[in-house]
Design a protein around this ligand. Structure first.
Ligand code: CAA
Length: 262
């Protein structure tokens, strides 16, 4: 029996958090309670100053997340469906625009809302057994949790439309070819690789990580001239941090930097 608090499990290891979506009997499909718990888990991570990197994965061997829960959505009226879309878009924006680095460790099916959850993360790596796709068209709907916007920005309109028009599922290897995931690893090594990557990133100074994320995510929506000015502003802001002084001094003194994450 699933109870509140069990559907998204967060484990903390110093600066890393591992979030596991835990509804394996429904292939981790996101129903209202799971979404509420995911929202609470993301808010808790964002509020924890110690956490620098969070990994999101799915429980079991079959699925990352097989989508929004179709049983929940089927009877919705237009306003109810719009409400869910807006609420989940806000949740995924918390991930995309949050101050933590999020890594999606795609351990199986990442379909519909599952693919959209992965798209909101900063980095996506996949097990070689994973399958990804936006099959909403087969249900008479469109992706509504950011997919029609994030997917074309990531893989280009032609490929994104092909995936959304056909609803086809693609392999992890194909997803890597089109830039939808950045790495494919054997399924048994997926979590180890995600943690290795997370540890490398968590060893970096937090403000620089945050400003890289902001520069990429916000700059992407600007024309190039504005984006360059924005980058220069954020570059300047780095020089207000203790870690910039320390990082450069450590280089000049030929020693390892002692980051203060300030
Ligand atoms: N919602 C609700 N339940 C789901 C689900 C989903 N998205 N995906 C899987 N499940 C449930 C199944 O109903 C089944 O439950 P029961 O055992 O109670 O019957 C259980 O998970 C196991 O699934 P299958 O028996 O179907 O497993 P399979 O190995 O034969 O197939 C699959 C796996 C290909 C992923 C198939 O389950 C499938 O096609 N799932 C739906 C995928 C999909 O269409 N996702 C998009 C949803 S819409 C969306 O996400 C819109 C949006 O933008 C938010």
């Amino acid at each position: 029996m699933e109870t509140a608090g069990d559907l998204v499990i967060t484990e903390k290891f110093d600066a890393l958090a591992l979030m596991t979506i835990n509804r394996p009997k429904a292939l981790n499909a996101l129903d209202q309670l799971t979404l509420q718990q995911l929202d609470a888990a993301v808010s808790a991570i964002e509020a924890d100053p110690q956490i620098k990197v969070a990994i999101i994965t799915g429980s079991g061997e079959k699925a990352f997340v097989a989508g929004g829960d179709i049983g929940v959505m089927q009877p919705l009226d237009p306003l109810g469906a719009r409400r869910i879309a807006v609420d989940v878009q806000q949740l995924l924006n918390k991930i995309e625009y949050g101050s933590t680095v999020y890594i999606a460790a795609i351990n199986g099916y990442a379909l519909g809302g599952g693919c959209e959850l992965a798209l909101a993360c900063d980095i996506r790596i996949a097990a070689d057994s994973a399958q990804l796709g936006q099959p909403e068209v087969n249900l008479g709907i469109i992706p509504g949790w950011g997919g029609t916007q994030r997917l074309p920005r990531l893989v280009g309109s032609s490929m994104a439309k092909q995936l959304m028009f056909t609803g086809e599922r693609i392999s992890a290897a194909r997803a890597a070819q089109i830039g939808l995931v950045s790495e494919v690893v054997p399924a048994t090594g997926l979590l180890a690789r995600a943690r290795e990557l997370a540890q490398i990133i968590a060893a970096k100074p937090k403000m620089a990580l945050q400003l890289i994320k902001e520069a990429v995510n916000n700059g992407r929506e600007m024309d190039m001239q504005r984006a360059f000015a924005y980058e220069a502003d954020l570059f300047g802001l780095c020089f207000a941090t203790a870690d910039q002084k320390e990082g450069m001094l450590a280089f000049l003194e030929k020693r390892q930097p002692q980051w203060r994450d300030q």
